[in-house]
Design a protein around this ligand. Structure first.
Ligand SMILES: Nc1ncnc2c1ncn2[C@@H]1O[C@H](COP(=O)(O)OP(=O)(O)O)[C@@H](O)[C@H]1O
Ligand SMILES: [Mg+2]
Length: 322
């Protein structure tokens, strides 16, 4: 059984006041997330990530398609008790203290007395809220509120958590702490589904990712495979290359870019069409020493940019036939 699965999940919003027209925010998303994995739901702003999470939480309803959590249709009451949700930019009643807020949520899940107090202490420790837990939330920074939001989402010891941009508003240290927390959740067997427009968050955390652009799934799978799937060329480092030899390599199209590293020492970019071993042989024959050869792979950042570049821009249903 998958932790999360969606099938052709689609959402149109109606935009425009006088003549409302449908706007396709999510276009036929089919996805499955296995139990116990940290799954990164990636995409630039406006890709449809929040829309998807809201659909999974039943804060909004799909135009078509369906979604299941832990093998049950979303909205199943039994399942709601087993999941946690951190909304994007969480907003809380800000006259409450962090402790009071969590007491309220813990109460909703039936925790009481000593048990409730212990649980709240532990969660606030876990997300790194210290003595400030006795302050009203309106005195909290964005990053602190984000942590309170995460504590809130974990109050019922969920099996699956949904985090919408959990690192947003956090400084580098805060991001690292949240990453650490996500890994701890994973180690206890919790499935973590989180959205982000920041790729480095995913690269260090996720086993698998989905990339969304313009409301459509543009890639999904193992992060290592996605990164590996394109070697764009080679980078070699050489010593003993004269300027005139370099010029010749450039005019022959063998070298696309050269970075001087020292006297007669260069890092050279070669296109994919150049066979590095053959080039190495001919360079060695000219007395040039080869220090290293490395494949240049696409980073997730490049991948992202390329996908966005090709994503459909116009999602007005009237103009795009589907
Ligand atoms: N309530 C709404 N009404 C109309 N359009 C919306 C609404 N919510 C989101 N959108 C649009 O749907 C698209 C996807 O938004 P969203 O799911 O918030 O993206 P993301 O979370 O990836 O940044 C965006 O173009 C956004 O402007
Ligand atoms: Mg969003």
């Amino acid at each position: 059984m998958d932790a999360i699965s969606t099938e052709s999940l689609t959402k149109h919003y109606h935009v425009g006041f006088w003549r409302p027209r449908p706007y396709l925010a999510l276009d036929g998303l089919s996805l499955s997330v296995r139990q116990g994995e940290v799954f990164g739901f990636l995409g630039p702003n406006g890709a449809g990530k929040t829309t998807t999470l809201k659909l999974l939480m039943q804060l909004i309803y799909p135009t078509s398609g369906r979604a299941e959590i832990l093998g049950k249709p979303v909205g199943d009451v039994g399942v709601k008790r087993r999941i946690g949700y951190l909304p994007e930019n969480p907003y809380f009643y800000d006259h409450l203290t962090a402790e009071e807020l969590l007491e309220y949520f813990a109460g909703l899940f039936g925790y009481s007395g000593q048990d409730r107090r212990r649980r709240i202490e532990m969660l606030l420790d876990e997300v790194g809220i210290g003595p400030e837990r006795r302050l009203q939330l309106r005195k909290f920074s964005k990053g602190m509120l984000q942590r309170v939001g995460i504590a809130q989402s974990l109050i019922n010891d969920p099996e699956v958590v949904f985090f919408d941009e959990p690192m947003s508003g956090l400084d580098p240290l805060g991001r690292r702490e949240i990453r650490h927390l996500i890994l701890k959740l994973r180690d206890r067997g919790c499935t973590v589904f989180f959205s982000s427009h920041v790729l480095s968050d995913a690269e260090t955390l996720c086993s698998r990712v989905a990339v969304l652009a313009g409301g459509r799934l543009v890639a999904a799978g193992d992060l290592s495979e996605l990164l590996a799937f394109q070697v764009r060329g080679w980078e070699i480092v050489v010593v003993g290359l004269t300027d005139s030899d370099l010029e010749k390599l450039k005019t022959d199209g063998v070298v696309t870019h050269a970075i001087p590293l020292g006297p007669q020492r260069f890092a050279l970019d070669l296109p994919l069409t150049v066979e590095p071993a053959r080039l190495a042989t001919s360079l060695t024959a000219q007395g040039v020493q080869l220090v290293s050869i490395n494949p240049v792979r696409e980073t997730l950042e490049d991948f992202f940019v390329r996908q966005i570049g090709t994503a459909p821009k116009d999602r007005g249903l009237g103009t795009v036939a589907r």
